[in-house]
Design a protein around this ligand. Structure first.
Ligand code: SF4
Ligand code: SF4
Length: 190
């Protein structure tokens, strides 16, 4: 799994709808983790008191080499963008049967994984299909909004009262804000 150090993971709506029964309890997300920042930066941030980095290193220990990580789970490693230049980690608390040895007191970041439809998950993760549908649903919503925006823009070019024009302008602005929210996931291209 990919950890975005320092980011707020909470997406309450997504988490409430996420069907936990889809987890196959395969432990792949615990055995192959990667941070959004290099290991040296993680250490530096931990020294500076950054809680998110400290927590990551409390949970995870780095594989000694990339070869060791590839040997443990090649498909998951190669599923991570720019994997050749990253450090991969394994959890200190996973048991041989793939269950968590501290399940009741596991970290928040573990409880909420995967925390958004765009979370980077292992190739055979049980959530994959469901998350794909979630992402597609977001895309459909954004596309529909964009179509509305085209319609409102066309209305602005017609001879309508100023009050109505103001209303359409407001709606167009709202749609732009919404599209922007998803820009990092590619909403500008949907
Ligand atoms: S603490 Fe438990 S849930 Fe979290 S990564 Fe480790 S084994 Fe997985
Ligand atoms: S990789 Fe997916 S299916 Fe496997 S334990 Fe993690 S969340 Fe569950």
């Amino acid at each position: 799994m990919m950890y975005n150090i320092g980011m707020d993971y909470t997406n309450k709506d997504f988490l409430e709808r996420r069907p936990q029964r889809l987890c196959l309890m395969c432990g792949r997300c615990c055995r192959m983790a990667v941070a959004s920042i290099p290991h040296s930066e993680l250490l530096k941030k931990t020294e500076e008191g950054d809680e998110s980095s400290k927590e990551f290193l409390e949970i995870f220990e780095p594989y000694a080499t990339i070869e060791e990580a590839l040997k443990a789970d090649e498909a998951t490693v190669k599923n991570i963008p720019d994997w050749e230049n990253r450090t991969f980690y394994h959890c200190r608390f996973i048991r041989d049967d793939n269950l968590c040895s501290r399940y009741e007191t596991r970290y928040e970041v573990c409880r909420i994984f995967p925390s958004s439809p765009w979370a980077v998950i292992p190739p055979n993760c049980g959530f994959r299909g469901w998350m794909f549908n979630e992402v597609e649903a977001h895309k459909r919503k954004i596309r529909k909004l964009k179509e509305e925006s085209v319609y409102y823009n066309a209305k602005l070019k017609t001879n309508i009262p100023n009050k109505e024009k103001q209303l359409y302008k407001k709606l167009i602005d709202k749609i732009s804000e919404r599209v922007k929210l998803y820009e990092k996931y590619g909403s500008q291209y949907w």
